[in-house]
Ligand binder design. Sequence first.
Ligand SMILES: *Cc1c(COP(=O)(O)O)cnc(C)c1O
Length: 361
Amino acid sequence: MTERVYNFYAGPATLPLPVLKKAQGELLDFHGTGMSILEISHRSKEYDEVHKKASELLKELMGIPSNYKVLWLQGGASTQFFMVPLNLQQAGKPMEYVHTGAWAKKAIKEAKLYGEVKIVASSEDQKFTYIPKNVDFSQNAAFAHITSNETIGGIEWPEWPKVSSEVPLVCDMSSNFMDKVIDVKKFGLIYAGAQKNLGPAGVTVVIVRDDLINRVPENAPTMLKYKTHAEKDSLYNTCPCFSIYLCELVLEHLKSLGGITAMEKQNRKKAKLLYDIIDKSNGFYKGVAKLESRSLMNITFNLATPELEAKCVDEAKKKGLIGLKGHRDVGGMRASLYNAMSLEGTEVLCKFLKEFQEQNQ
Ligand SMILES: *Cc1c(COP(=O)(O)O)cnc(C)c1O
C-alpha cells in the first residue's frame, strides 16, 4: 500500500483512518452475514441496526431535542436548495436569505422558483470576505436562511443571527457540520451534505423540527416531502445504505474521541496554527477572509502571483500535502481542516508553508 497523504480537499474530503480500516475489515462479511453491507437489504435486521444507530449517535452528539427528526436523504445539499422552499414556503410571506457567497447564491436561485425572496443582507460589496452583522430578518418571513460556512470563500458565522421565535432559522451546514458545539434549538431546519465533515458523498443529513414537517403543499412530489421521509424513518425508498453506514462509523469514532466538544477544541487549535502562519508571514501569505469571519474549516489565502501559488501547490504535493489549490471560481489557495484532519497533518502543513516562504520570498 502506498503511504497515505495529508488530504486538504474541500469535499469529498479526508476521513478518519480508523473508520476506513473498520469498513475495510468488515467489507466482505458484514457482522457474520457472509455478505457485504453493500449487498444486503435496506430492510434487513443487520442494516436496520446501523441505520438506527446513526440517527441515535447524531442526536446524542449534537444534543438534538426530541421534537426534531433526523433524516438521511439523497441529492446532495443542492437538492435541499429547492426542498427547503418547496416544504417551508407560506403564501404571502417572503423567504429571507443572507447572501454570503457561492453556496448562498445557489440556494437563493432555487428559492426564487417558489415565491418572493428577500435578500436581507449581503457581503457581495467586499467579495464575500465577511459575514454581515446585525442581520435584520422580518417578523413575517416564511423562514430565514443562512449558510453557516462558505466553503469556497472561507467565511463562517461567528455567532447566529437573531430571528423572531415565529420564524424558523434554516441553515446550510454542509461544510461545518459538527465542527463546534451548537444549540440545535435555535434552528428550525439544518441540512448538510455528508461529504465535507461527516462521511462520504451520497447522503445528506436533514435535522427538522416537527412542526415544520407538515407545512408542505399536498401536491408536492412524494419524494420531495420531508413528511414522507420523517414518517418512514428515511426508509420510504432504498436509502444510501453504505454512505449512512460510513457516517455511523464516523460518529462512533467522534464519540470515542470525546464528541463535538473535543473536536471544537482541536479545530480551533488547528485553525489558529495555520492562521498564525499566514498572519506572521509579513504579507507573503494573505488571508482572504476578514478576521472576525474566518472559517475554522476552510482556510483561504493568496500568494503574490498565481504562478507562485501553483509552485506552492506543486511542492506541497511532492511532500504529501494534497488538495491545496483554491476553488476554480476564485483561485488562490485553500486548506480544508475538517474534523478528520489531524493536528499532526496541520502542523506538517504549517512547517511546509514556513519553509516555502523562506525559500521564495
Ligand atoms: C459542497 C456544498 C454544497 C453542495 O453540496 P452537494 O452535496 O454537492 O450538493 C452546498 N453548500 C455548501 C456550504 C457546500 O459546501
